[in-house]
Design a protein around this ligand. Sequence first.
Ligand SMILES: Cc1cc2nc3c(=O)[nH]c(=O)nc-3n(C[C@H](O)[C@H](O)[C@H](O)COP(=O)(O)O)c2cc1C
Length: 331
Amino acid sequence: MADDRKKDHIDLAFEANSFRQSRDSRFEYDPLHGIHPTHQDIMPIEFGNCKMKFPIWISSMTGGTDKAKDININLAKACNEFGLAMGLGSCRKLIENPNLLPDFDVKKHMGQQDLYCNIGIAQLEQYINDHKLYVIRELIDRLHADGLIIHINPMQEWMQKEGDRFLSPAIDTIKATIEKIHCPIIVKEVGQGMGLRSLKALFQLPLLAIEFGAFGGTNFAKLETLRNPENFTDDQLALQYIGHDAEEMLQWCNEIFDSSSVDSRFRLIISGGIKTVLDGYYYISKSKIPAVYGQASNFLKYAQLNYESLQQYLITHTQTLMVASQFLRVK
Ligand SMILES: Cc1cc2nc3c(=O)[nH]c(=O)nc-3n(C[C@H](O)[C@H](O)[C@H](O)COP(=O)(O)O)c2cc1C
């Protein structure tokens, strides 16, 4: 074994030279004061009704498609095993077709961990206008959910051929929902993030959390253009590149936090382009507000294979996070 290792070291030494590779300069590396983590180590944070073992959020994804049920069950089981929390993908299809309940009904796999159902702002506006907001209350009850995520997606709707149109500004629809639905509410974007004016308006509301859905990762405005690329002019395509990345949004949230009072239970979910553990660790460390980081597509990659793949991914992911917490500090 030792001989093999020595041989590997000689063979790989030239490849392992980091001379030409870029250094991750976001962190101060402190090799002197940390220890290696064990499998028992956790990084707890309270979120909504639950205690998370790690500040890792599974961002809203799928429902109402072929594989949705298995994917959602795998994600829910992972929340239970690793002490995480998650948002469901849009539950609009379930409201329209109660037979789809098994795709979304995963709270029973989650132990004590939190689950949030999800609906688009355009549907909420419609329910409010039709005096049918009670369907959201029923949805939360049927799924035994801990609250509601509202996704705000004007660019996606605009780019979508069959997309909905907002007749009222989203902020008015959110306020009307908060007044009538008494449950924890999270507001998110779906790939463009949000600018300072929108963030300031959200900080005024009694929300449980803001999820960034920032620019830099899965981008649903872009996704809509990819469905029918020939239908778009360059003028329209330019709209998919607007928005704010997690770095910019976090800086604004920190500034707003400095100049206003924020409820101690309020959280940020920093998502959108969190590609590696170090991205997530960097942002939660920089946040002045208690924060978790969220991923969607990275989890989907493994959750759609089988539970064991997702489990293996999360073992490595959480251990890497713990190593980072021992030896790295954001500058
Ligand atoms: C397959 C897939 C489906 C998604 N569906 C929804 C959805 O139904 N509702 C929603 O709010 N966000 C949805 N999202 C968006 C993500 O929750 C969000 O953009 C988040 O920022 C994380 O994206 P990323 O880690 O892939 O960059 C979906 C993302 C993916 C990859």
